[in-house]
Design a protein around this ligand. Structure first.
Ligand code: GUN
Length: 300
């Protein structure tokens, strides 16, 4: 392997340290304790682990944390009522409803009920619009994490060719906005894209966010590119024993690492950054709600 390994776990730890400093300052200088409420409906084990991690890290950086675990069959009206209550609660500056919600609940209805001022996921139309025109506000957590890692590994992003594979509302589209703001030349590739290998071969920056194990082949990578792998895919691992699995990314790691200048591993790359950026967004919304300028190092 010739690429530098981008250690997202260590970067996220440093970021949480800076967030804790900002939280302490908000408390001591302004009497504000940023508060984050996380809501989960149902019992999906993966989602429960994420939500517990979010609540735990919120407390670790000194913030106020509230966790609402609702049964799978909770009526939509009850979830909406909880969101409305949290919208009106002055102790809460961030509201996250873990997606996906059970099928009898309209996820978009939940999202559009969250106050844009407290939208730490950057899911509401108002937040998405602010991100697009560059107004202050929360920024989609995973793309913000990817941007922080890119800035840490490149002297300048301006003029670079960035290829994003995947056009989701969660990652691909907001990532494109952020990289445009950095003056990259941005291509968003997707399942209907023709000649993906040819497009990736031109990329100085590759962001893989498709959710398909090892879909991006190492031989496609331009020598010297920076590769950010957002994928978290669980695949069978018979070498570890009967019925065992392992988590891999969207990129063929070993062969890509022979060509790239720097690459994120999976796990330990982008994953830890997402929750840290959720905490960063809560500091941002707590600042904005109270008429303060958000800390520069937590926003793009
Ligand atoms: N489900 C998977 N990722 C996310 C996320 O970033 N935010 C929310 N609310 N739900 C998710």
């Amino acid at each position: 392997m010739t690429a530098k390994l981008i250690d997202g776990k260590a970067f996220a730890e440093g970021l949480r340290g800076r967030i804790a400093g900002h939280v302490a300052r908000l408390k001591s200088e302004h009497g504000i304790t940023p508060g984050l409420a996380v809501v989960i409906v149902g019992h999906d084990p993966g989602s429960q682990i994420y939500v517990s991690q979010k609540a735990k890290q919120t407390v670790e950086v000194g913030m106020h944390s509230e966790k609402y675990e609702l049964p799978e069959d909770t009526p939509e009206a009850e979830v909406l009522a909880l969101v409305e209550k949290l919208n009106a609660d002055p102790a809460i500056h961030g509201i996250l409803v873990q997606m996906p919600v059970p099928p009898h609940i309209d996820g978009n209805k939940i999202i559009t009920t969250i106050s844009p001022d407290k939208d730490v996921d950057c899911f509401t139309p108002a937040s998405v619009g602010k991100l697009q025109i560059g107004l202050p506000g929360p920024v989609s957590c995973t793309p913000l994490g990817c941007l922080m890692l890119l800035r840490d590994n490149l002297p300048s992003l301006a003029g670079l060719n960035a290829v994003i594979i995947g056009r989701s509302n969660l990652v691909g589209k907001p990532m494109a906005q952020l990289l445009l703001r950095e003056n990259c030349t941005v291509t968003v590739a997707h399942s209907k894209t023709r000649d993906l290998p040819g497009i990736v071969a031109e990329a100085d920056i590759v962001i893989a966010a498709v959710g398909r194990p090892h879909m991006v082949r190492g031989e496609w990578i331009k020598p010297g590119a920076v590769v950010i792998d957002v994928g978290i895919n669980r695949i069978p691992a018979p070498d570890k024993g009967e019925g065992k699995t392992r988590v891999v990314g969207d990129v063929e790691f070993a062969s890509a690492a022979e060509r790239a200048a720097a690459i994120t591993p999976v796990p330990g790359g982008v994953g830890p950054m997402t929750i840290a950026c959720l905490l960063a967004n809560t500091v941002t919304t707590a600042s904005l709600i109270n008429g303060l300028v958000p800390p520069r190092d937590l926003t793009p």
